[in-house]
Design a protein around this ligand. Sequence first.
Ligand SMILES: [Zn+2]
Length: 283
Amino acid sequence: MDLNTYYDLISNENKARRYLLRKCFKNHQRFCPRCDKRKLYKLRDGRYRCSRCDYTFHDFSGRWINHGRLSCLQWLSIIKLFELEVSVHKMAMQMKMSYKAVYGAVNTIRMSILSHAEDADMLLGGEIELDEAYFGGKRKGNRGRGAAGKVPVFGILERNGIVHVNVVPNVTAETLLGLTVKKVRRGSVVYTDKFRSYDSLMFCGYRHLKVDHGKYFSSGKVYINGLEGFWSWAKERFIKHHGVSKKYFPLYLKELEFRYNNRTSDIFDLVANYLCQLVPKQD
Ligand SMILES: [Zn+2]
């Protein structure tokens, strides 16, 4: 979204609200967020009641955007500042809101991104890079041997495409290959370094090529520079945030995956779409 469109959108609460409502209900067709029924009774206070399940709700009930009692204008400003990677501290100052309220809103954005990432079951294919990296912790640790205080992250990158990253409990062959098989189409060409956990890839239906880091330049196409580029890009962002607690690390990692994969897309519009989705029901 260009700046002029954005300024117009935030010129008043009604415009902001209409923009978000369009994302909640296609063609203004309201439906019950609990049972999807379209036959509703409109109540005097502007809310609706479902004719089937009696659920009473308002326009944003059950959606991510309903978290935190923010106005539509506040949401759009936070989405804009999030797009620009402004820190929560500075957002709070800019918006004259409490740190806690802004932090809650930004975490809601991250939850909606995570929820969307979990829904996407698209397989990666073609030329694939696999690699692990270690985040956080102060001491240097040995690879694969419980690097002190560090969180192991496993990355799968489709060349010229998208990256998929996950926090893993360990970097054993079982863990890494299990995730690979779930995410990468059989028959793909897979590049890794010489870490032994990758040794059985050829038995999982992949063409496996190993990078020799010993050589100054990896020969031809046998490199994992794509993922190494992602790791350094991601680590730079973690430093900017002065570290992230272990609890929220997976959430923040998915934000980076999202930013990287949508680096040529309109982040503002995407985040607004995600926030207007219904929060998945907990079983
Ligand atoms: Zn209903």
